[in-house]
Design a protein around this ligand. Structure first.
Ligand SMILES: Cc1cc2nc3c(=O)[nH]c(=O)nc-3n(C[C@H](O)[C@H](O)[C@H](O)COP(=O)(O)OP(=O)(O)OC[C@H]3O[C@@H](n4cnc5c(N)ncnc54)[C@H](O)[C@@H]3O)c2cc1C
Length: 485
């Protein structure tokens, strides 16, 4: 492995072997690199490009706060589908976690260390030096006759035969407030994962969080950890908070479902029926949601487009808070902050915003009412969850790819449009042989492509796919030339 700093405007010439550039070294990109190193029999170079210093982490596992726990138990966080206890066993080999239980929710940064450890081990064993870690922000990709030109910041250029977008989770979209003073940087923080989001915040200052999902939960935990005593208000359109994982009843199971409906109403009826039945035998509704995991993508893909839209419009907020749950200790801290009145949840839509001295007054329309209410605060943090609407993402790479028509948003604006094999689709609907995507970017096609258990399978699948594509392309050039008499 080398750590490359491509020189300004100097293309790195591709040699005999193919080059695959992976853009983004969060969990998805890193895991794809690992699998590619294991899969590819042909000589290949892999460029793993990351704009942040921390390879293998991404915003989810880069947090330094030990109170930010995984929302999936250790026994389900293996990086390898075929070796489900790999993470648990890795933990147990590490002193502090020697006695960890399978259902423990460990700090997220520990998982980041695990992924980084895997990357380091793979690099060590990569005697052919096939993997190059490149620190840089990919600003554009240009399609050329014989490959791709990857344009990085500081006018650096790299050549590749294929590129995989593993760009993951973008900070939340700004709330739809016409008045631009809303985004005044004295008060407003657009990126909940940025290291300075809670910096220089006096402990008694009232804080407004936009959103009531997982990102809000993380931010409240961080505020409490830094000794915040001031009021915290979280506002969202429905005011739904993530549920917590079941503490008991997880072992009760129901007989298999003979068929899964692909109409939203029938699907909801099935969930209700099974939840009622499992509670009769002492089980928990969480089991019913979890048993859907292996089939969710299939159900999504079999749904008519109109049913998918219906699901997103009516069911998504409820689905999210039941499906993406939080660890018990985290839920307890959130409940306790609500009980003592420090954390209030409001339901409504932000309408207006006025700055008064060192405070902002945010007016919102409570759900189901016509009049306005207001919240006064000293810091407003956008916790609305990752922005998946690529038409609203301002990063130059995404804008350029969309403008050139090399990619297109998926019809439901959940990511970019891809085939079932993770090939990106152009604006004209052509299947790219050079551009691919992995991870949450592909949510439109797969829906359940957010968490580690799903991404690890997709990364492995894509590595096989790329191995197959790379192989025949080079065969003719490497086949021995027979001399004729
Ligand atoms: C706060 C948070 C907590 C989560 N907790 C869990 C959990 O406990 N369990 C679970 O299973 N899932 C969790 N998830 C889900 C998460 O989506 C996945 O687990 C996984 O981290 C996604 O990885 P990724 O690599 O696709 O995306 P990301 O982690 O977002 O990584 C993408 C990487 O690409 C880089 N990048 C983007 N654009 C460019 C560019 N142009 N040039 C160079 N680099 C670029 C970014 O800097 C980033 O490092 C969480 C997500 C978040 C946001």
């Amino acid at each position: 492995m080398t750590s490359a700093n491509a020189s300004p405007a100097t293309p790195i010439e591709s040699d005999e072997c193919q080059t695959i550039a992976i853009i983004g070294a969060g969990f998805s990109g890193t895991l794809l690199a690992l699998h590619l190193l294991r899969q590819l029999e042909t000589p290949v170079r892999i460029l793993l490009i990351e704009r942040n210093a921390q390879f293998g982490r991404g915003p989810a596992y880069a947090t330094g706060n030990s109170s930010h726990l995984l929302n999936v138990p250790a026994s389900k966080m293996s990086a390898f589908h075929g070796n489900p206890l790999h993470f648990l066993e890795w933990l147990r080999r590490h002193g502090e976690w020697a006695a960890v239980e399978p259902n423990t929710f460990v700090p997220r940064h520990i998982f980041g260390s695990y992924v980084r450890h895997l990357l380091n081990a793979e690099i060590k064993g990569d005697t052919l030096d096939r993997l190059t870690l490149v620190r840089g922000d990919v600003m554009d990709i240009t399609l050329e006759a014989d490959g791709l030109c990857i344009c990085l910041d500081r006018e650096r250029l790299l050549r590749a035969d294929r590129a995989v977008l593993a760009v993951g989770n973008f900070p939340p979209a700004p709330p739809p407030v016409a008045d631009h003073s809303f985004y005044d940087t004295r008060f407003y923080r657009p990126d909940p994962w940025a290291p300075d989001t809670l910096a220089d915040l006096a402990p008694e200052v009232p804080v407004l969080l936009i959103g009531t999902g997982l990102t809000m939960v993380d931010t409240v935990i961080s505020l409490l950890d830094q000794g915040h005593v001031g009021p915290i208000v979280a506002l969202s359109r429905r005011g739904l908070l993530p549920n917590s994982h079941a503490v008991s009843g997880a072992s009760a199971v129901l007989p298999d479902t003979p068929a899964f409906p692909t109409h939203v109403k029938a699907f909801v009826r099935l969930l209700r029926r099974r939840s009622a039945r499992i509670s009769e035998v002492g089980g928990s509704w969480q089991t019913v949601i979890d048993e859907l995991r292996p089939i969710t993508t299939e159900v999504w893909q079999a749904m008519e487009p109109v049913e998918r839209k219906r699901f997103l419009r009516h069911l998504r907020p409820l689905w999210d808070v039941h499906r993406h749950r939080i660890a018990g200790p985290v839920a307890e801290r959130i409940d306790s902050a609500r009980r003592r009145g420090q954390l209030r949840i409001l339901v409504g839509y932000i309408k207006a915003y006025a700055i008064k001295d060192d405070r902002v007054c945010v007016s919102y329309r409570p759900r189901g009412r016509d009049d306005l209410d207001s919240v006064v605060s000293g810091r407003v943090i956008n916790c609305a969850g990752p922005n998946a609407d690529y038409s609203r993402i301002r990063h130059s790479l995404i804008r350029s790819l969309l403008e050139k028509g090399l990619v297109r948003p998926d019809p439901l604006c959940l990511g970019l449009d891809v085939t079932g094999s993770c090939a990106l689709l152009s604006r004209a609907g052509e299947i790219s042989r050079r551009l691919f995507a992995v991870g949450p970017v592909t949510k439109g096609a797969f829906w359940e492509m957010t968490a580690v258990p799903d991404i690890r399978q997709q990364a492995e699948f894509l590595s096989h796919r790329l191995a197959a594509i790379c192989r025949p392309a080079r065969m003719p050039t490497r086949a021995p030339i027979r001399k004729t008499a």
